[in-house]
Ligand binder design. Structure first.
Ligand code: HEC
Ligand code: HEC
Ligand code: HEC
Ligand code: HEC
Ligand code: HEC
Length: 219
């Protein structure tokens, strides 16, 4: 009977099979690494915006208060994004001819809002409220990082359930006095353990069992 495969063909076949399986596994590993990385989750990557607005410039260097533009952060669930006229309070006077600001002038002239690309967005089935976090001693930087240093804004958290629960289980690690909420450089002081306990009592924070109850965030 004629030989179908030359001697040694079996070894070659196995080698080819090995390479195919190996490269498939390697491709999967790369895909898995990418999907968990900033590339796919959107963190650390600045979004395309109608105007290259800089927090570094406005909040960091000029020192404009966060609440000047995010007006409802202390009172409502959402922080709010500034309408065009907030920009124009300054930019109708300064940098009036800047080509970078043309979309802002256009927005005012045509009475059409600027469409900022949202960076942080929870799924609809998760309830979040800025006002209570601010009122109970949680500062912006605990969730948004060093915004005052961002030339173009990016998200530092992908806001997984684990991220929210880590703090709801032990808020004493990140809780601050009211006058430090907008201190973007805040880090827990050496005696945070002691201060944290006092602040839990001061703000009447509910115990972890209640704060990790599913119905707190899924209503
Ligand atoms: C002069 C106005 C202005 C000031 C002051 C300002 N912001 Fe903003 N902020 C904006 C604008 C405009 C956007 C939307 C464009 C962008 O993402 O850069 C934005 C976006 C953001 C976002 C991302 C929102 C999202 O999910 O899309 C965060 C977080 C934020 N600001 C936090 C802060 C913090 C914290 C401060 C104070 C340190 C601050 N901002 C001060 C105007 C301002
Ligand atoms: C309180 C005043 C103030 C407000 C409000 C303000 N800006 Fe500015 N902005 C400035 C100043 C001052 C500069 C220029 C500073 C410099 O370059 O030295 C500037 C610069 C800029 C530049 C860079 C312009 C260029 O050609 O280099 C952009 C873009 C810009 N602002 C966008 C915005 C947007 C968008 C808003 C509203 C969300 C806004 N600004 C609100 C004061 C303000
Ligand atoms: C406990 C975490 C947390 C803290 C503290 C926090 N944020 Fe946020 N922020 C979020 C989450 C989560 C979202 C996305 C909310 C959504 O999709 O409903 C968000 C969204 C935003 C947005 C997008 C626009 C909007 O209307 O919500 C801005 C602007 C913002 N935050 C600014 C701030 C500022 C300024 C502070 C401090 C005064 C602050 N945040 C404190 C978690 C936080
Ligand atoms: C760094 C700490 C911290 C992080 C991170 C955090 N929280 Fe909170 N959260 C708190 C504190 C403190 C309270 C106030 C608890 C109290 O009043 O007893 C609170 C309260 C809440 C409440 C209000 C509950 C009510 O009954 O009114 C909701 C809803 C909530 N958090 C959702 C979230 C979600 C969703 C996330 C993640 C996107 C998150 N939190 C991340 C500390 C945090
Ligand atoms: C402090 C807020 C918070 C609490 C408490 C909480 N969750 Fe979540 N949950 C979230 C957030 C935020 C997400 C969205 C995660 C994302 O988009 O990656 C989420 C997502 C989910 C999802 C979607 C699947 C997934 O894992 O992404 C399920 C299911 C879920 N939660 C169930 C629960 C159950 C059951 C409990 C109670 C044991 C609970 N959650 C308590 C914040 C919370």
């Amino acid at each position: 009977m004629e030989q179908l495969f030359k001697p040694g063909a079996d070894a070659i076949f196995r080698l080819v099979l090995f390479i195919v399986i190996f490269s498939a596994a390697a491709a999967l590993a790369v895909a898995a690494a990418l999907s968990g990385s900033a590339f796919v989750t959107g963190t650390t990557i600045a979004a395309r915006q109608p105007v290259p607005f800089s927090h570094k410039h406005h909040a960091g260097e000029l020192g404009i208060d966060c609440r000047y533009c995010h007006t409802t952060v202390e009172t409502e669930a959402t922080a709010g994004l500034p309408p065009t006229y907030t920009c124009m309070t300054c930019h109708s006077q300064i940098w009036t001819g800047s080509p970078m600001l043309a979309p802002v002038r256009d927005s005012l002239a045509r009475n059409q809002p600027l469409h900022w690309t949202r960076l942080n967005r929870l799924p609809d089935y998760v309830y979040f409220d800025h006002a209570i976090h601010i009122a109970k001693g949680i500062g912006c930087s605990s969730c948004h990082g060093q915004v005052q240093e961002m030339q173009l804004t990016y998200a530092v958290q992908s806001f997984t359930m684990g991220f929210c629960l880590d703090c709801h289980r032990a808020p004493q690690n990140n809780i601050r006095p009211q006058d430090e909420i907008f201190d973007m450089a805040w880090t827990p002081p050496a005696d945070q353990a002691e201060r944290g306990r006092a602040l839990l009592a001061h703000y009447h924070i509910r115990p972890p069992a209640e704060l990790t109850d599913c119905s707190i965030c899924h209503r």
